[in-house]
Design a protein around this ligand. Structure first.
Ligand code: NAD
Length: 295
Protein backbone atom coordinates (compact mmCIF):
# COMPACT_ATOMS: atom_id res chain seq x y z
CA UNK A 1 0.00 0.00 0.00
CA UNK A 2 1.19 3.52 -0.79
CA UNK A 3 2.08 5.62 2.21
CA UNK A 4 1.58 9.33 1.72
CA UNK A 5 3.07 12.08 3.86
CA UNK A 6 1.11 15.37 3.88
CA UNK A 7 2.80 18.52 5.20
CA UNK A 8 0.89 21.82 5.61
CA UNK A 9 -2.69 21.51 6.87
CA UNK A 10 -3.97 25.09 6.58
CA UNK A 11 -7.07 26.47 4.85
CA UNK A 12 -6.29 24.36 1.76
CA UNK A 13 -4.09 21.50 2.98
CA UNK A 14 -6.48 20.61 5.83
CA UNK A 15 -9.53 19.84 3.65
CA UNK A 16 -7.34 18.28 0.93
CA UNK A 17 -5.87 15.83 3.48
CA UNK A 18 -9.37 15.09 4.80
CA UNK A 19 -10.47 14.09 1.30
CA UNK A 20 -7.52 11.69 0.97
CA UNK A 21 -8.58 10.05 4.24
CA UNK A 22 -12.21 9.83 3.09
CA UNK A 23 -11.12 8.13 -0.13
CA UNK A 24 -9.17 5.51 1.84
CA UNK A 25 -5.57 6.72 1.52
CA UNK A 26 -3.29 6.07 4.49
CA UNK A 27 -1.72 9.41 5.33
CA UNK A 28 0.68 10.71 7.92
CA UNK A 29 0.42 14.45 8.50
CA UNK A 30 2.49 17.31 9.88
CA UNK A 31 1.91 21.02 10.44
CA UNK A 32 3.54 23.57 12.73
CA UNK A 33 0.05 24.15 14.19
CA UNK A 34 -1.02 21.53 16.75
CA UNK A 35 -4.64 22.61 16.24
CA UNK A 36 -4.46 21.85 12.51
CA UNK A 37 -3.02 18.38 13.25
CA UNK A 38 -5.68 17.69 15.87
CA UNK A 39 -8.47 18.06 13.27
CA UNK A 40 -6.75 15.49 11.04
CA UNK A 41 -6.03 13.14 13.96
CA UNK A 42 -9.75 13.15 14.81
CA UNK A 43 -10.49 12.15 11.21
CA UNK A 44 -8.10 9.19 11.39
CA UNK A 45 -4.75 10.47 10.13
CA UNK A 46 -1.49 9.43 11.76
CA UNK A 47 0.12 12.49 13.29
CA UNK A 48 3.87 13.05 12.99
CA UNK A 49 6.15 14.77 15.49
CA UNK A 50 8.24 16.54 12.84
CA UNK A 51 8.51 16.89 9.06
CA UNK A 52 11.27 14.25 9.05
CA UNK A 53 9.10 11.86 11.07
CA UNK A 54 6.20 12.54 8.67
CA UNK A 55 8.12 11.42 5.56
CA UNK A 56 9.80 8.36 7.13
CA UNK A 57 8.54 5.33 5.16
CA UNK A 58 6.50 7.40 2.70
CA UNK A 59 6.43 6.61 -1.05
CA UNK A 60 4.83 9.94 -1.87
CA UNK A 61 5.36 13.29 -0.11
CA UNK A 62 2.83 16.09 -0.57
CA UNK A 63 3.24 19.66 0.69
CA UNK A 64 0.86 22.63 0.84
CA UNK A 65 2.73 25.60 2.33
CA UNK A 66 2.28 29.38 2.03
CA UNK A 67 5.21 30.64 -0.07
CA UNK A 68 8.55 29.93 -1.81
CA UNK A 69 10.71 30.37 1.30
CA UNK A 70 8.64 27.84 3.26
CA UNK A 71 9.00 25.26 0.47
CA UNK A 72 12.74 25.85 0.01
CA UNK A 73 13.17 25.74 3.79
CA UNK A 74 11.38 22.40 4.03
CA UNK A 75 13.16 20.60 1.21
CA UNK A 76 16.62 22.14 0.70
CA UNK A 77 19.74 22.43 2.82
CA UNK A 78 21.53 19.96 5.06
CA UNK A 79 18.47 19.29 7.21
CA UNK A 80 16.04 19.57 4.30
CA UNK A 81 13.80 16.63 3.48
CA UNK A 82 15.38 15.92 0.07
CA UNK A 83 18.54 14.79 1.84
CA UNK A 84 16.52 12.32 3.92
CA UNK A 85 14.26 10.65 1.36
CA UNK A 86 15.07 7.30 -0.28
CA UNK A 87 15.79 7.38 -4.03
CA UNK A 88 12.69 7.13 -6.20
CA UNK A 89 10.34 8.89 -3.76
CA UNK A 90 7.81 11.11 -5.53
CA UNK A 91 7.63 14.63 -4.06
CA UNK A 92 4.63 16.78 -4.97
CA UNK A 93 4.47 20.41 -3.94
CA UNK A 94 0.97 21.91 -4.26
CA UNK A 95 1.86 25.35 -2.82
CA UNK A 96 1.73 28.39 -5.12
CA UNK A 97 5.35 29.56 -5.36
CA UNK A 98 7.73 31.18 -7.87
CA UNK A 99 8.37 28.99 -10.92
CA UNK A 100 12.11 29.64 -10.39
CA UNK A 101 11.83 28.29 -6.86
CA UNK A 102 9.92 25.19 -8.06
CA UNK A 103 12.63 24.54 -10.66
CA UNK A 104 15.38 24.98 -8.03
CA UNK A 105 13.75 22.41 -5.71
CA UNK A 106 12.99 20.02 -8.62
CA UNK A 107 16.61 20.15 -9.82
CA UNK A 108 17.84 19.37 -6.30
CA UNK A 109 15.31 16.53 -6.06
CA UNK A 110 16.42 15.03 -9.37
CA UNK A 111 20.08 15.33 -8.35
CA UNK A 112 19.22 13.34 -5.19
CA UNK A 113 17.59 10.56 -7.27
CA UNK A 114 14.06 11.64 -6.38
CA UNK A 115 11.12 12.62 -8.61
CA UNK A 116 9.26 15.90 -8.29
CA UNK A 117 6.08 17.58 -9.52
CA UNK A 118 4.94 21.15 -8.97
CA UNK A 119 1.15 20.87 -8.68
CA UNK A 120 -0.46 24.12 -7.53
CA UNK A 121 -4.23 24.09 -7.34
CA UNK A 122 -7.18 26.28 -8.20
CA UNK A 123 -10.70 26.18 -6.79
CA UNK A 124 -10.41 27.84 -3.38
CA UNK A 125 -11.23 26.44 0.03
CA UNK A 126 -14.72 25.41 -1.15
CA UNK A 127 -13.13 23.37 -3.95
CA UNK A 128 -10.66 21.86 -1.47
CA UNK A 129 -13.53 20.83 0.84
CA UNK A 130 -15.69 19.48 -2.00
CA UNK A 131 -12.79 17.64 -3.67
CA UNK A 132 -13.25 19.56 -6.92
CA UNK A 133 -9.86 21.29 -7.23
CA UNK A 134 -8.00 21.78 -10.50
CA UNK A 135 -4.39 20.52 -10.35
CA UNK A 136 -1.98 22.41 -12.63
CA UNK A 137 1.07 20.21 -12.93
CA UNK A 138 4.66 20.72 -14.03
CA UNK A 139 7.06 17.78 -14.43
CA UNK A 140 7.19 14.36 -16.08
CA UNK A 141 3.98 12.79 -17.48
CA UNK A 142 4.84 9.38 -15.93
CA UNK A 143 5.13 10.95 -12.47
CA UNK A 144 1.78 12.68 -12.95
CA UNK A 145 0.25 9.26 -13.73
CA UNK A 146 1.55 7.88 -10.43
CA UNK A 147 0.09 10.89 -8.61
CA UNK A 148 -3.21 10.85 -10.53
CA UNK A 149 -5.19 8.75 -7.96
CA UNK A 150 -4.26 11.27 -5.27
CA UNK A 151 -5.16 14.25 -7.47
CA UNK A 152 -8.48 12.62 -8.39
CA UNK A 153 -9.27 12.07 -4.71
CA UNK A 154 -8.86 15.81 -4.10
CA UNK A 155 -9.94 17.33 -7.41
CA UNK A 156 -11.73 16.84 -10.67
CA UNK A 157 -9.39 18.40 -13.25
CA UNK A 158 -5.74 17.54 -13.78
CA UNK A 159 -3.62 19.37 -16.38
CA UNK A 160 -0.01 18.84 -17.38
CA UNK A 161 1.20 22.40 -18.15
CA UNK A 162 4.73 21.35 -19.19
CA UNK A 163 8.06 20.58 -17.52
CA UNK A 164 9.21 21.50 -14.00
CA UNK A 165 7.94 24.96 -13.01
CA UNK A 166 5.30 25.09 -15.77
CA UNK A 167 2.51 24.33 -13.28
CA UNK A 168 3.55 27.38 -11.28
CA UNK A 169 3.82 29.57 -14.39
CA UNK A 170 0.27 28.66 -15.43
CA UNK A 171 -1.09 29.08 -11.90
CA UNK A 172 0.42 32.57 -11.63
CA UNK A 173 -1.20 33.64 -14.94
CA UNK A 174 -4.52 32.41 -13.53
CA UNK A 175 -4.11 34.17 -10.19
CA UNK A 176 -3.00 37.45 -11.76
CA UNK A 177 -6.25 37.36 -13.73
CA UNK A 178 -8.20 36.45 -10.57
CA UNK A 179 -6.72 39.39 -8.63
CA UNK A 180 -7.63 41.78 -11.45
CA UNK A 181 -11.16 40.33 -11.73
CA UNK A 182 -11.80 40.47 -7.99
CA UNK A 183 -10.67 44.10 -7.78
CA UNK A 184 -12.76 44.98 -10.85
CA UNK A 185 -15.82 43.17 -9.49
CA UNK A 186 -15.51 44.98 -6.14
CA UNK A 187 -15.14 48.34 -7.89
CA UNK A 188 -18.24 47.72 -10.05
CA UNK A 189 -20.35 46.57 -7.08
CA UNK A 190 -19.29 49.60 -5.01
CA UNK A 191 -20.18 51.93 -7.89
CA UNK A 192 -23.57 50.23 -8.24
CA UNK A 193 -24.42 50.46 -4.53
CA UNK A 194 -23.32 54.11 -4.39
CA UNK A 195 -25.61 54.67 -7.39
CA UNK A 196 -28.51 53.29 -5.36
CA UNK A 197 -28.59 49.70 -6.66
CA UNK A 198 -29.12 46.55 -4.59
CA UNK A 199 -25.85 44.53 -4.73
CA UNK A 200 -27.73 41.24 -5.13
CA UNK A 201 -29.84 42.54 -8.04
CA UNK A 202 -26.76 44.09 -9.67
CA UNK A 203 -24.85 40.81 -9.25
CA UNK A 204 -27.69 38.88 -10.91
CA UNK A 205 -27.75 41.36 -13.81
CA UNK A 206 -23.97 41.26 -14.36
CA UNK A 207 -23.89 37.44 -14.03
CA UNK A 208 -26.18 37.27 -17.09
CA UNK A 209 -24.36 40.08 -18.91
CA UNK A 210 -20.93 40.59 -20.40
CA UNK A 211 -19.32 41.45 -17.03
CA UNK A 212 -19.77 37.90 -15.74
CA UNK A 213 -16.74 36.26 -14.13
CA UNK A 214 -15.75 33.73 -11.42
CA UNK A 215 -15.27 36.35 -8.67
CA UNK A 216 -18.76 37.73 -9.29
CA UNK A 217 -20.61 34.45 -9.82
CA UNK A 218 -18.95 32.01 -7.43
CA UNK A 219 -17.10 34.14 -4.86
CA UNK A 220 -19.09 37.36 -4.64
CA UNK A 221 -17.24 39.95 -2.51
CA UNK A 222 -20.38 41.75 -1.25
CA UNK A 223 -21.50 40.41 2.18
CA UNK A 224 -24.82 38.58 2.01
CA UNK A 225 -25.11 38.34 -1.77
CA UNK A 226 -24.08 34.66 -1.71
CA UNK A 227 -24.13 32.03 1.02
CA UNK A 228 -21.03 30.00 1.88
CA UNK A 229 -18.45 32.50 0.64
CA UNK A 230 -15.93 34.35 2.84
CA UNK A 231 -17.71 37.73 2.28
CA UNK A 232 -20.75 36.34 4.11
CA UNK A 233 -18.73 35.18 7.13
CA UNK A 234 -16.67 38.29 7.84
CA UNK A 235 -14.10 37.45 5.11
CA UNK A 236 -12.77 34.52 7.16
CA UNK A 237 -11.52 31.10 6.09
CA UNK A 238 -10.72 31.65 2.41
CA UNK A 239 -7.66 32.82 0.48
CA UNK A 240 -5.90 35.46 2.54
CA UNK A 241 -5.29 38.88 0.97
CA UNK A 242 -1.59 38.54 1.87
CA UNK A 243 -1.40 35.36 -0.22
CA UNK A 244 -3.04 37.13 -3.19
CA UNK A 245 -0.46 39.91 -2.73
CA UNK A 246 2.27 37.23 -2.85
CA UNK A 247 0.84 35.82 -6.10
CA UNK A 248 0.55 39.23 -7.75
CA UNK A 249 4.19 39.82 -6.76
CA UNK A 250 5.12 36.49 -8.38
CA UNK A 251 3.30 37.58 -11.55
CA UNK A 252 5.28 40.81 -11.59
CA UNK A 253 8.59 38.96 -11.11
CA UNK A 254 7.65 36.55 -13.90
CA UNK A 255 6.74 39.46 -16.20
CA UNK A 256 10.07 41.18 -15.50
CA UNK A 257 11.99 37.98 -16.15
CA UNK A 258 10.44 37.40 -19.59
CA UNK A 259 9.92 41.08 -20.61
CA UNK A 260 6.12 40.86 -20.59
CA UNK A 261 4.04 43.94 -19.80
CA UNK A 262 1.64 43.46 -16.85
CA UNK A 263 0.08 46.89 -16.20
CA UNK A 264 -3.22 45.51 -14.84
CA UNK A 265 -1.48 42.90 -12.69
CA UNK A 266 0.79 45.63 -11.30
CA UNK A 267 -2.22 47.83 -10.51
CA UNK A 268 -3.95 44.94 -8.74
CA UNK A 269 -0.72 44.26 -6.79
CA UNK A 270 -0.63 47.90 -5.67
CA UNK A 271 -4.27 47.75 -4.56
CA UNK A 272 -3.57 44.60 -2.52
CA UNK A 273 -0.37 46.16 -1.13
CA UNK A 274 -2.43 49.06 0.24
CA UNK A 275 -5.17 46.71 1.44
CA UNK A 276 -2.67 44.58 3.37
CA UNK A 277 -0.98 47.73 4.74
CA UNK A 278 -4.42 48.81 5.99
CA UNK A 279 -4.38 45.71 8.22
CA UNK A 280 -6.50 43.36 6.09
CA UNK A 281 -3.82 40.81 5.17
CA UNK A 282 -5.40 37.91 7.08
CA UNK A 283 -8.86 38.51 5.61
CA UNK A 284 -10.00 36.70 2.49
CA UNK A 285 -8.90 38.45 -0.71
CA UNK A 286 -12.51 39.37 -1.61
CA UNK A 287 -12.28 41.90 1.26
CA UNK A 288 -10.63 44.20 -1.34
CA UNK A 289 -14.23 45.48 -1.50
CA UNK A 290 -13.36 47.51 1.64
CA UNK A 291 -10.90 49.45 -0.52
CA UNK A 292 -13.77 50.67 -2.70
CA UNK A 293 -16.63 50.85 -0.22
CA UNK A 294 -16.21 51.94 3.39
CA UNK A 295 -19.33 51.41 5.47
P1 NAD B 1 -2.53 28.69 5.17
O1 NAD B 1 -1.65 29.76 5.68
O2 NAD B 1 -3.95 28.58 5.63
O3 NAD B 1 -1.84 27.24 5.44
C1 NAD B 1 -0.47 26.99 5.39
C2 NAD B 1 -0.13 25.97 6.47
O4 NAD B 1 1.26 25.62 6.35
C3 NAD B 1 -0.32 26.50 7.89
O5 NAD B 1 -1.18 25.62 8.61
C4 NAD B 1 1.09 26.52 8.48
O6 NAD B 1 1.13 26.24 9.86
C5 NAD B 1 1.76 25.43 7.66
N1 NAD B 1 3.23 25.51 7.60
C6 NAD B 1 4.01 26.57 7.27
N2 NAD B 1 5.31 26.22 7.28
C7 NAD B 1 5.35 24.91 7.63
C8 NAD B 1 6.42 23.96 7.82
N3 NAD B 1 7.70 24.29 7.64
N4 NAD B 1 6.10 22.70 8.19
C9 NAD B 1 4.80 22.34 8.37
N5 NAD B 1 3.75 23.18 8.20
C10 NAD B 1 4.03 24.45 7.83
O7 NAD B 1 -2.49 28.82 3.58
P2 NAD B 1 -3.50 28.15 2.50
O8 NAD B 1 -4.62 29.10 2.23
O9 NAD B 1 -3.77 26.73 2.90
O10 NAD B 1 -2.57 28.20 1.20
C11 NAD B 1 -1.51 27.27 0.98
C12 NAD B 1 -0.99 27.48 -0.44
O11 NAD B 1 -2.06 27.25 -1.37
C13 NAD B 1 -0.48 28.91 -0.71
O12 NAD B 1 0.65 28.85 -1.52
C14 NAD B 1 -1.66 29.57 -1.42
O13 NAD B 1 -1.23 30.62 -2.27
C15 NAD B 1 -2.22 28.39 -2.20
N6 NAD B 1 -3.66 28.46 -2.53
C16 NAD B 1 -4.58 28.89 -1.63
C17 NAD B 1 -5.93 28.93 -1.96
C18 NAD B 1 -6.99 29.40 -0.99
O14 NAD B 1 -8.14 29.66 -1.43
N7 NAD B 1 -6.70 29.51 0.30
C19 NAD B 1 -6.34 28.50 -3.24
C20 NAD B 1 -5.39 28.02 -4.13
C21 NAD B 1 -4.04 28.00 -3.77
Amino acid sequence: MTHTAFIGLGNMGGPMALNLLRKGFAIKVFDLSAEAMQRLAEAGATVATSAADCVAGADIVLSMLPASHHVEGLYLGENGLLAQLPKGTLVIDCSTIAAASAIKVAEAALAAGLRMLDAPVSGGTAGAAAGTLTFIVGGEAADLEQARPLFEAMGKNVFLAGGHGAGQSAKICNNMMLGILMAGTAEALALGVKSGLDPKVLSEIMAKSSGRNWALELYNPWPGVMENVPASRGYSGGFMAELMLKDLGLAEQAALACHAANPLGALARNLYEEHVADGHGKLDFSSILKHFYRD
